[in-house]
Write a protein that binds this ligand. Structure first.
Ligand code: GLA
Length: 435
């Protein structure tokens, strides 16, 4: 389901390996060819949706806070053809020897008899969730997936799948919600996000918070998306790093991360418990001014895990403030340089530290990646996404991308870690139709 990896022209054995993004033409060809080989027909079209990295605002979405993702140029591509019945047939390069066949009337949430296995849950799950949300009825479909969002890399490969499916169904079933990439219907896209989250939470059983689906549907090229996860309001924040001679280097640690194991849900449960003890609906209701008082109240709450709740709460409240501060810095219209650049980098570094110490969602591979990147000249570096593996990002001078990547490769070799992969993270377009 993923693209081949490539090395830069100067590659040597220990040179950084970059995971390239497919061009639109390559994406169309790969998905269409697979569709044709499998189903013997021509698809109605090819749609795509991007993976994402989050600049800052981690583990804030399910607390009603702020996040600041960008869409990656790396996308899931879906060639799809509408059927007149309720059958769904799915194929990817990894499963092309046995096409998966599902019935839209029989599928259901994880843990029920209709449970759908592996990645099919994200695709068929979106059709199911749209109907559950009163959108439809839909028809079945045949679909071929070709994705170059690294799987399990913390870059929202699953949200990309969901959103590619949603925009394809929006089009072929004439639901009229998404608009086009050039003229997006943001309110319709927000509705689609809700169904994609439902697919992920209920069909795939991952209790995630929605930032990933919002990024894939609502980001725009050249911008970061200021996302208010309580209200669903968004703001496009100009984020043209190349114009300032900068780049965002994504380091895929290759340490596998999963959002369906207990760690992610235990963080979410701790936040809900802390909010309950403090008498607020969501931790985003707290602010930094009253933080010490809130933390003292938690410490005295008598809860067996009071000390843990204090640290989780401190992360969430300070992270929301860091996100607010970073958006203000980016919003002044001045180049990202000098003191401003130093402040942005410091906020990223502080975010990682808070996720490492207070939220405890980093791992040695993430910590070594950010330390090595900073030591090699990154202005700031942090883990991105859910953590427990996955990816880190480093804000670097454009001409230092290879130097920083090499430093991370070297540090990984010294620690005996599997070699990391790298991606270039240009803020890119949201989900839409390619052909
Ligand atoms: C994962 C989840 C998101 C969000 C991040 C952490 O990516 O899917 O909803 O919670 O982790 O910020």
């Amino acid at each position: 389901m993923t693209c081949p990896e490539s090395t830069p022209e100067t590659a040597t054995n220990d040179a950084p390996v970059f995971s390239p993004a497919l061009t639109p033409e390559e994406g169309i060809a790969a998905a269409t060819d697979l569709f044709h080989e499998t189903f013997g027909e021509v698809p109605d079209g090819v749609w795509y949706a991007p993976g994402r990295v989050n600049i800052i605002g981690e583990h804030t979405d399910y607390n009603g806070g702020l996040a600041l993702p960008i869409a990656l140029p790396h996308r899931a591509h879906l060639a799809l053809r509408r059927r007149e019945d309720r059958t769904i047939r799915l194929v990817s390069p990894q499963t092309k020897d046995s096409v998966d066949v599902l019935d839209l009337d029989q599928i259901g949430p994880k843990g029920t008899p209709g449970e759908v296995p592996h990645w099919n849950a994200y695709v068929a799950g979106v059709a199911w969730a749209l109907e559950q949300d009163g959108i439809g009825p839909l028809q079945g479909f045949d679909a071929a997936l070709y994705s170059c969002v690294p799987l399990g890399g913390g870059l929202s490969s699953s949200a990309a799948l969901e959103c590619a499916t949603a925009v394809a169904l929006d089009d072929v079933c004439e639901l009229g919600m998404a608009g086009t990439v050039e003229q997006p219907d943001d309110a319709g896209r927000a509705r689609i996000v809700t169904s994609c989250i439902r697919a992920e939470n209920e069909m795939a059983g991952a209790p995630t918070g929605g930032m990933d689906q919002s990024a894939s549907m609502r980001c725009s090229a050249g911008h970061a998306l200021k996302l208010d996860c309580r209200t669903g309001e968004v703001e496009q924040v100009p984020f043209d790093l190349a114009a300032d001679g900068l780049a965002l280097l994504v380091i895929d640690t290759k340490a596998k991360h999963s959002l369906v194991d207990g760690q992610y849900s235990s963080r979410r449960a701790a936040c809900e418990k802390a909010a309950g003890l403090l008498g607020v609906g969501l931790l985003a209701d707290l602010d930094v001014a009253g933080l010490e008082e809130s933390l003292a109240k938690l410490a005295d709450s008598g809860a067996a895990d009071a000390e843990v709740l204090v640290r989780r709460t401190r992360h969430v409240v300070t992270e929301i403030q860091r996100t607010r501060d970073l958006v203000v810095l980016l919003g002044d219209g001045l180049p990202l340089a000098g003191e401003k650049l130093a402040q942005v980098g410091a906020l990223m570094d502080a975010s990682h530290e808070s996720l490492r110490v207070d939220y405890e969602v980093t791992c040695p591979e993430l910590d070594v990646a950010v330390e090595a990147a900073r030591a090699a000249g990154a202005h700031g570096a942090r883990m991105t996404g859910g953590g427990f593996g996955g990816s880190a990002i480093a804000l670097v001078d454009a001409e230092a991308v290879n130097t920083v990547a090499r430093a991370v490769v070297k540090a990984y070799a010294e620690h005996g870690f599997v070699a990391p992969a790298f991606l270039d993270a240009r803020p890119s377009a949201p989900a839409g139709r390619l052909a």
